[in-house]
Design a protein around this ligand. Structure first.
Ligand code: SF4
Length: 472
């Protein structure tokens, strides 16, 4: 019986709590951690107080995300004092800063686990259970928490038939699943720390992805969301050229009732052939385009290309091939060199392009990125006021677009009862991506259940959200 962690031996109390921060790519990593722990006999706890092991899957790509990760870890470390739980940190913060440095900064944390080292977690916890220092030292002291560790392609989710391989982040229970088709990124946008955190592009094999999609469709997924840092680069490393088109075509031919959605498409990588593949009725007419800016000079210093004309041309090309398209755009405000004129261009572009959904990030001066050598020229206050102004412009546009949907019919995927609007369920059509866009509210009715696909008629709006009635 280990003096330090007596409770770990008592199987019935081998409970773990897993907190996932950051993006859907981290959710996939958490699924893998949960799968491994479940296979090793650990039970997932929803209350961290009931857990003997607390795992925080961190995000660290910009300062605000880093602050949130540290806050969450410190909050849970207070709990650890009460319950005696082991506190494990994993994810991008460990990859970016390394176990050694973090161990000095955060002595509250018992172990640091690099991304994608899910096997190590189980072994480490078993190490803890033997109470041998090895387990502790094995993780804590080593550098392999940071960059430079040999990484393989995006890890596979073990597709065990016992359902243990299921997505346990809860998305499958809401009818959809994220499938990570690649890890890392080989582009080098000047503001971005992700390549230094997740390494260069590592695509998964198409057979591997197809098998995973088949598995989840078999498990009831009605929407499969393809994710990566940049999905348009998919296959470049293992097939010598981007193969997103072929992947979309292959997955579109699979049996089963499901739709495909592709996220994180770098505008410069969105080729006509990919747009052609998206004409499949299986694929949502949805484009997630991180344009980042419209001013050619600012884009140039970001290590990107294009301007408002080329962006508008891309949207035209998409509409020529796909007809009606829902577009989510992402812009960065306040990058060094963004003067009034460049900002005015960005504002005008957002007014003209009328995006269905919009994400706005304030520039974050990140160590280790090429832009860190540039002198920040836009004050934090100016960045905040520009984001506020653009958000107000976009809010108006989204309300107008919402009201234009009234009277239309949509096939929607029912996710579950709304926590926001009691007596209503939340659903999404092809126009709305999960967890980031608006929703379609449907009044409670017997026909509603998570994962159901229904046809609804849009009868009204509520801000940027829609209200739908089930078509009998
Ligand atoms: S494409 Fe995306 S992940 Fe890759 S470097 Fe650029 S911003 Fe970062």
């Amino acid at each position: 019986m280990s003096p330090q962690y007596p409770w770990i031996h008592e199987n019935e109390r081998r409970g773990y709590f897993l907190l996932t921060l950051g993006c859907p790519k981290n959710e996939v990593d958490s699924d893998l951690i949960a799968t491994r722990l479940a296979e090793a006999g650990w039970k997932r706890e929803v209350d961290p107080r009931a857990a003997t092991v607390i795992v925080v899957n961190t995000c660290a790509f910009i300062a605000p995300a880093l602050e949130e990760s540290i806050e969450e870890v410190l909050e849970l470390s207070d709990l650890k004092e009460e319950t005696g739980a082991v506190l494990v940190m994993t994810g991008c913060m460990v990859a970016r800063y390394g176990a050694k440095k973090l161990a000095e900064l955060l002595p509250e944390v018992d172990a640091f686990l690099p991304c994608e080292a899910h096997e190590d977690l189980v072994a480490a916890l078993e190490g803890f259970s033997q109470g041998d220092a090895a387990g502790r030292r094995g993780i804590r002291g080593s550098r392999h928490g940071g960059a430079g560790r040999a990484r393989d392609a995006a890890p596979r989710r073990k597709l065990s038939r016992r359902g243990v391989g299921r997505t346990v982040s809860g998305t499958l229970g809401r009818g959809f699943v994220y499938v990570k088709i690649a890890e890392g990124c080989s582009r080098r946008c000047a503001f971005c720390a992700i390549p230094s955190i997740r390494g260069s592009l590592r695509s998964r094999g198409m057979d591997d992805i197809e098998e995973e999609v088949r598995h989840f469709v078999g498990e009831g997924a009605r929407e499969v969301v393809l994710i990566a840092q940049d999905t348009t680069q998919y296959g470049l490393d293992i097939y010598g050229r981007p193969r997103l088109r072929e992947l979309i075509e292959r997955l579109s031919d699979l049996e089963g009732e499901f739709r495909l959605r592709v996220m994180y498409m770098h505008p410069e990588g969105l080729s006509d052939s990919v747009l052609e593949a998206m004409r499949s009725p299986r694929v949502c007419n949805y484009l997630d385009l991180p344009f980042q800016h419209v001013d050619a000079r600012v884009l140039g210093s970001m290590g990107r290309h294009g301007d408002e004309k080329s962006h508008l041309r891309l949207l035209e090309r998409a509409r020529e091939r796909l007809g009606e398209v829902a577009v989510r755009a992402t812009f960065m405000v306040g990058f060094p060199g963004e003067d009034r004129e460049a900002y005015a261009k960005l504002r005008r572009f957002i007014e003209v392009a009328r995006f269905d959904w919009l994400a706005l990030f304030g520039y974050s001066h990140e160590e280790g990125t090429p832009a860190f050598l540039l002198q920040p020229t836009v004050g934090k206050g100016v960045i905040r006021s520009r984001i506020k102004e653009l958000s107000e412009v976009q809010e108006e546009i989204m309300r107008e677009i919402a009201s234009e949907q009234v009277g239309r019919d949509f096939d929607v995927l029912v996710e579950g009862r709304s926590t926001e609007a009691p007596g209503f369920w939340e659903a999404r059509s092809w126009r709305e991506a999960p967890e980031i866009d608006g929703v379609v509210f449907i009044r409670d009715a017997p026909v509603l259940k998570p994962g159901a696909c229904l046809r609804v008629n849009i009868v009204s709006t509520e801000g940027i959200d829609l209200h739908g009635e089930v078509r009998e």
